[in-house]
Design a protein around this ligand. Structure first.
Ligand SMILES: Cc1ncc(COP(=O)(O)O)c(C=O)c1O
Length: 393
């Protein structure tokens, strides 16, 4: 039967990783792959994760299956981290999922069961895997205006206008913070205006929070989730612990849903668990127990907050450093949007041709849209990076 198949198109980012790896130039720079890096260019296991893992090794006495919903302590902790005290506990439930991607996939099936004809509106642009992942699961997706790639600003008016014209009951996928790929988030006032339209049009918010703690703080970054939770009858929230706990390969995430009342919540919960059973049966345990251990220990939680603040600070510092270096090397060009962006990603704002030249002539790797991962910048490579960018302008 396999003769019916043709090779799938290569994944743009994975291809970039291989090309970068095989590039013999010592000064090469990887701004493509989406993981945090230290000033030494490493993606280490967080200290606090190592400590939690040691405790788990010492005390865990079974690897028997956990249920479809995963670890109850993890779920309660993620719910608190996500919603704070903004929500009536009877109306919300949380399940563990294999990463943010796994939670998006379960959410997609839930939407298809509940409202099969709804359209999910996604920001233009959005994370490169949103459309394949959610569309592949069977959802109908359409874009709403979000970011002006020339002016490097949000298209707030166009976004509000577009949302105000959507059919009632459609879903709107929002990035809670650190919008991937643009790095541009609405301000709190702008979020309030977006929430007003969602409430007025009776749209269902579907929030993806993959970078909580990477923009401002754990609480500030959850602003739109908590604001909406106080105002809407129903919503979905997908969390990823890949970035903020550095647990990428352990596949840790959660899916929370808010329902109109406890009865509806319990029905949704049963449906979500039956969906999980038909996809991966039970989620992976290890990383979720690590997160639960950290979030339920005062000292470990405090230590995690410090490590998270360090990661956030480094991203911020590298944006400033690159903007400063570009001011010097390319004084006729404005890159100040780099400093206005939040989280790991933003667009440099150069053409595909310039991206290609940066790769070919200078060994500087980024995806074709000129999205860069700021974690790939260091105090050592920033000068060379700015010179290379300036040379292609
Ligand atoms: C916006 C967004 N959502 C979800 C994810 C999924 O993360 P993971 O499945 O690795 O937890 C990512 C990862 O890059 C992301 O950027």
């Amino acid at each position: 039967m396999f003769e019916t198949l043709q090779a799938a198109p290569p994944d743009a980012i994975l291809g970039l990783i291989t090309e970068h790896k095989n590039d013999p130039r010592p000064q090469k720079i990887d701004l493509g792959v989406g993981v945090f890096r230290t000033a030494e260019g490493e993606t280490p296991v967080l200290d606090v994760v190592k400590q939690a893992e040691q405790r788990i090794i010492d005390t865990q006495d079974s690897k028997a299956y956990i249920g479809t919903a995963g670890d109850p302590q993890f779920n309660a902790s993620m719910q608190a981290l996500t919603f704070g005290d903004s929500v009536d506990a009877d109306r919300v439930a949380t399940i563990q999922a294999p990463g943010g991607s796994g939670s998006l996939r379960v959410a997609a099936s839930l939407i298809l069961r509940a409202r099969p004809n709804a359209t999910v509106w996604v920001s233009d642009p959005t994370w490169g895997n949103h459309v394949p992942l959610l569309g592949g699961a069977g959802l109908t997706l359409e874009p709403y205006p979000y970011y002006d790639t020339d002016a490097h600003v949000l298209r707030l008016d166009a976004m509000l206008e577009s949302l105000a014209a959507l059919p009632r009951g459609d879903l709107v996928l929002l990035h809670a913070c650190c919008h991937n790929p643009s790095g541009m988030d609405p301000s709190e006032d702008e979020w309030r205006a977006i929430a007003d339209v969602i409430v007025e049009r009776e749209l269902v918010p579907f929030v993806d929070m993959a970078y909580q703690g990477f923009a401002h703080s754990l609480n500030d970054d959850a602003f739109i989730v908590r604001h909406l939770a106080e105002r809407v009858p129903e919503m979905l929230v997908c969390n990823s612990c890949s970035k903020n706990f550095g647990l990428y390969r352990d596949r840790v995430g959660s899916l929370s849903f808010l329902a109109a009342d406890k009865t509806a919540r319990d029905i949704v919960y049963s449906q979500v668990n039956s969906i999980v059973r038909t996809i991966y049966s039970v989620p992976p345990d290890h990383g979720a127990v690590v997160v639960a251990t950290i979030l339920n220990d005062k000292e470990l939680k405090a230590a995690w907050r410090v490590e998270l603040a360090e990661m956030r600070g480094r991203l911020r510092e590298m944006r400033v450093l690159l903007n400063d270096a570009l001011k010097e090397k390319a004084p006729d060009h404005d890159f100040s949007h780099l400093v206005r962006a939040r989280g790991m990603f933003c667009f440099l704002g150069i053409t595909q041709d310039q991206v290609n030249r940066l790769k070919k002539d200078y060994g500087v790797y980024m995806v074709g849209s000129s999205r860069i991962n700021t974690a790939g910048i260091t105090a050592h490579n920033v000068e060379y990076l700015a010179e290379s960018i300036a040379a292609t302008l």
